[in-house]
Design a protein around this ligand. Structure first.
Ligand code: XMP
Ligand code: MG
Length: 178
């Protein structure tokens, strides 16, 4: 693993502190509301499980899987639902939980899709953001860390399924994915 990593961009401690902060903020903002976290598989799984435990009130948790990158590291702009939600989001306050926003295509699609299902509100919480790469305008309501345009792995994010269980976020060596 270490042989494909260039540098650690966000440490385990930084993530822990940020997730606590985000959980607290979300708890305040959604007090008395019917909040459901919608995690985007598989990248958001680790972030969502830590985040959910820092939102100390009753919430719903559901998951969707969409195709974005497949096994390559460039986005096509095409989004397809691979696994849909188990429950209806009608009249619920939905918070989409993402690992990373890159071009924004995935999020633009998801936000629109969930609004059309009659959610009371749809907001976005992402661990990472690569603002330099944005192609479509999407609003981010809760952000962990803005990072430079580098391919990253760890804390849920993978390179060809490798690296999801690393406790930190690290940039890959260019020669690995180019
Ligand atoms: P878009 O371009 O739709 O892409 O905003 C969002 C999805 O792309 C994946 N992605 C990455 N995955 N390291 C990863 O492991 C990265 O550096 C990276 N950049 C984008 C990710 O699945 C995200 O949901
Ligand atoms: Mg991936």
């Amino acid at each position: 693993m270490e042989n494909i990593i260039k540098s650690v961009l966000v440490t385990e401690d930084e993530i822990e502190e940020k997730v606590k902060e985000l959980g607290k903020q979300i708890m305040e903002d959604y007090k008395g509301k019917d909040l459901i976290l919608v995690g985007i598989l598989k990248g958001a799984v680790i972030f969502m499980s830590d985040l959910a435990r820092n939102i100390k009130m009753p919430i719903g948790m559901d998951f969707m899987a969409v195709s974005s990158y497949g096994r390559s590291s460039t986005s096509t702009g095409e989004v397809r639902i691979i696994k849909d939600l188990d429950f209806s989001v009608e009249n619920k306050d939905v918070l989409i939980v993402e690992d990373i926003i890159d071009t924004g295509y995935t999020l633009a699609y998801l936000t629109d899709n969930l609004k059309k299902r009659g959610a009371a509100s749809v907001k976005v919480c992402t661990l990472l953001d690569k603002p330099e790469r944005r192609k479509v305008d999407v609003s981010v309501d809760y952000l962990g860390f803005a990072i430079p345009d580098e391919f990253v792995v760890g804390y849920g994010l993978d390179y060809s399924e490798i690296g999801r269980n690393l406790p930190y976020v690290a940039a890959l060596k260019e020669e690995v994915y180019s």
